[in-house]
Ligand binder design. Structure first.
Ligand code: FAD
Length: 322
């Protein structure tokens, strides 16, 4: 019987938590179609991570591994080949995972090779072939029906619960595949070292925009972030200007986040930024322009210059904490 196959991401021998909502979405598709759920761990040496995943099971029938040195560091080319190989070998007809920057890159490539459609950013599974997804930068939701035996999907991580451990399942290694980076070369990897939580996992996010003017001014936002145990984010204008690293970008073309508390400091609230954070439970906006669109989505708005408001807020929180 054909399968639902979820592509997982791992680091340091462990499953990356942002893969868990993708499993939940896939499990819903598996239930709706009556197909079994299978998990796939890719990498140069995926064995240890696969064992950790298999110990938790997550409602799957089995965990598969596909090992190839070309799979690390990540290139969409090599991962695309590997996903196609796994889908063919396992007879998977529904293939997907969480809409992370990695899978948003690799899954469309695999779908194109198999000439299969891809439903991106699924926010709800209506049935085995009909899905709800945002369009027009999140301004509207669309029902999308798939008319193809084989299809791919990416699931929006903020819209599905994290899959829960259900008990151990077997690990099966797939035979080596012809995996190629097709000439793509990774020239270097710049990792942001941070003790803060991942943006997509954080309960509190403090984001700064172009109005912060320069990178050094983010120090005060970092203080606020650390007092609240949160993650630092930014608008694209701030990352494009090099104030902070690109992987802090929140929005349509950055990270989609939905924390309990989101601070937007000196961010105007362009539709592409809102697309990445308007699902946050409580939004606090600090902007000197009372007409800034961010105030239309904010639960709490403060018309003020950040230079005055944020240091005061930091001192108040410090005083409260004692
Ligand atoms: P601005 O719009 O310039 O706003 C700066 C704000 O700071 C203003 O409201 C101003 O009043 C305020 N301000 C200035 N000084 C102070 C001060 N001293 N104190 C308080 N407030 C102050 N953007 C994203 O963020 N994420 C995305 O993923 C994204 N994807 C995009 C994809 C596409 C295809 C396109 C076309 C655009 C995308 N953008 C994205 C860009 C987006 O359209 C906006 O340009 C961007 O979000 C603006 O960033 P900003 O709010 O920081 O800057």
């Amino acid at each position: 019987m054909s399968k639902v196959l979820v592509i997982l991401e791992t680091a340091g021998g462990q499953l990356r938590p942002h893969s868990l909502p993708g499993i939940t979405c896939a499990a819903e598709i598996a239930r709706a179609t009556g197909k079994p759920l299978h998990l796939l761990v890719l990498g140069a040496q995926p064995g240890e991570a696969a064992q950790a995943v298999a110990a938790a099971g997550y409602g799957a029938a089995a965990v598969h591994t596909l090992a190839a040195p070309e799979l690390e560091p990540f290139t969409a080319e090599a991962w695309g080949d590997a996903i196609v190989h796994a889908a063919r070998t396992l007879d998977a007809s529904v293939i997907g995972g969480t809409a992370s920057s990695t899978l948003r890159d690799a899954l469309p490539r695999a779908a194109a090779i198999l000439d299969a459609p891809l439903v991106s950013e699924v926010v709800k599974v209506k049935s085995g072939d009909t899905f709800v997804r945002p369009i027009s930068a999140g301004r509207a939701l669309q029902d999308q029906k798939v008319n193809s035996g084989t299809f791919f999907f990416t699931a929006r991580g903020t819209e599905f619960e994290h899959a829960h451990p259900t008990g151990a399942v077997p690990v099966q290694a797939l035979a080596a595949a012809a995996v190629s980076t097709r000439g793509a070369q990774v020239k270097g990897v710049q990792k942001t070292e941070s003790s803060r939580p991942q943006l997509t996992e954080a309960k509190v996010i403090v984001s700064g925009g172009r109005g912060m003017r320069e990178g050094a001014n983010f120090k005060i936002l970092e203080q606020l972030t650390d007092l609240l145990g949160g993650a630092l984010g930014a608008s694209r204008a701030a990352t494009d200007a090099g104030m902070v690293p690109a992987d802090l970008q929140v929005g349509q073309t950055g990270k989609i986040v939905a924390p309990e508390l989101y601070f937007a400091v000196a961010i105007s609230g362009a539709i592409q930024h809102l697309a990445g954070m308007k699902g946050s439970k409580t939004i606090v906006a600090i902007n000197k322009d009372a007409e800034a669109p961010i105030f239309q989505v904010a639960d709490y708005g403060l018309v003020a210059k950040w230079e005055e408001a944020v240091p005061q807020l930091v001192e108040l929180i410090k005083a409260r904490k004692g």
